[in-house]
Design a protein around this ligand. Structure first.
Ligand SMILES: NC(=O)c1ccc[n+]([C@@H]2O[C@H](COP(=O)([O-])OP(=O)(O)OC[C@H]3O[C@@H](n4cnc5c(N)ncnc54)[C@H](OP(=O)(O)O)[C@@H]3O)[C@@H](O)[C@H]2O)c1
Length: 334
């Protein structure tokens, strides 16, 4: 069916050792891996990990040339697996997509059936990519806070990286389900935007990153969702009330965690790691169903900007230079 047809994709190449270029070019279907399900990608989205893959970060992508894009949503074109048939709307995120498997920044992907999530009722293909891996990770983080008893009546909840994708969707979900959300601002003043997407209060990065070196700080939060790591994560753990919980999914600021054991042994704080990539399929489907229904955020359009594949190069630079806000979705169909 695909024959000798070509399709458009971003290709990142290592032109010299540790020197990378990226361009939008034509790729052949033969460049895709042999696998179960061929998906025509309608939308992808830009995540921090995609920006890292696109600049040649070998911790994310070992081998180049490569097409990044950890997110893809579209329509099944061919499937050798009985669970999917031509015409089904599907979501594919994480696993190895866009890391070492040709990803969603191309008009087609071919992936194992085990990676494919049927589009839940209530979501369009476009909606699903406004969430993307960022929204899915936000949902996993909220789910973990709830499971650990951090409920709205327990007090304020802090969210870091709130101007970005994971943090922004987390702010909106928490606010929708009744939490008093305090958002940490970015390097530029985005407090109006943060309030628009659901934050009740906004604090600065300086306020969120204690430099005193004290092992414990005044309890300010019943829990928090952290996406940046480093001093901000350490400070939120030290500022969490007894019995509270903190989720940790990212390292946009730092992979370090400068802290000692006192918040854990004197306040019983729980630190919860979030790994969206290897999330089992049953939990994955449950999270997508929540995002489509009970946790569906009303602030979609305030958070998103839609671009074409040709505009992606510039967006990647913006993300790496902290000039990006909210969610960017990439339209791959004309
Ligand atoms: N574990 C998982 O499964 C998983 C899944 C998805 C994402 N992640 C990770 O989560 C993190 C966020 O991803 P994303 O897609 O939401 O990225 P994003 O859209 O680029 O957002 C990054 C956020 O971090 C903030 N930030 C960046 N550098 C910072 C610094 N030095 N100090 C304080 N804040 C800083 C940015 O604030 P500004 O407004 O100032 O730029 C922005 O709010 C990344 O580390 C990503 O790899 C992990």
């Amino acid at each position: 069916m695909t024959g000798s047809k070509m399709f458009k994709a971003m290709v990142v190449e290592e032109v010299e050792k540790n020197q990378f270029t990226r361009k939008i070019t034509e790729k052949s279907f033969k460049d895709l891996p042999q696998s179960d399900v061929l998906v025509k990608v309608h939308y992808s989205s830009l995540n921090y990990k995609d920006a890292l893959s696109a600049i040649g970060n070998k911790g994310v992508t070992r081998n180049y040339p490569h097409t990044p894009g950890i997110d893809a949503a579209g329509v099944v074109e061919e499937s050798s697996d009985r669970r999917f048939k031509s015409g089904d709307e599907v979501i594919v995120t994480s696993y190895d997509l866009g890391m070492n498997t040709s990803g969603g920044f191309g008009q087609y992907i071919r992936v194992p059936a085990e990676w494919v999530v049927p589009m839940p009722d209530g979501l369009t293909v476009r909606d699903s990519m406004i969430y993307g891996t960022a929204g899915f990770t936000a949902a996993l983080s909220v789910h973990q806070l709830v499971e650990h008893g951090v409920l709205p009546e327990k007090g304020n909840v802090l969210v870091s990286g709130a101007t970005g994708g994971v943090g922004g969707v987390a702010v909106s979900i928490l606010s929708k389900i009744g939490y008093f959300v305090v958002a940490i601002n970015g390097i530029t003043d985005q407090s109006d935007y943060l309030k628009d997407i659901g934050a009740k209060s906004v604090i600065s990065i300086e306020d969120a990153a204690d430099k005193s070196g004290k092992p414990l700080l005044k309890a300010r939060w019943s829990g928090s969702i952290d996406t940046v790591g480093g001093d901000i994560l350490a400070t939120s753990i030290k500022s969490t009330a007894p019995g509270g919980a903190v989720t940790c999914c990212g390292n946009a600021a730092s992979p370090d965690l400068p802290i000692n054991v006192f918040p854990f042994i004197l306040r019983g704080i729980t630190l919860i790691g979030i790994d969206s990539q290897n999330c089992p399929m049953d939990v994955r489907k449950k999270m997508w169903e929540k995002l489509a229904d009970k946790w569906r955020i009303p602030q979609f359009e305030k958070m998103v900007s839609e671009i074409s594949l040709d505009q992606l190069d510039q967006r990647i630079d913006m993300m790496m230079n902290r000039k990006h806000r909210g969610r960017t979705i990439v339209r791959l169909i004309s």
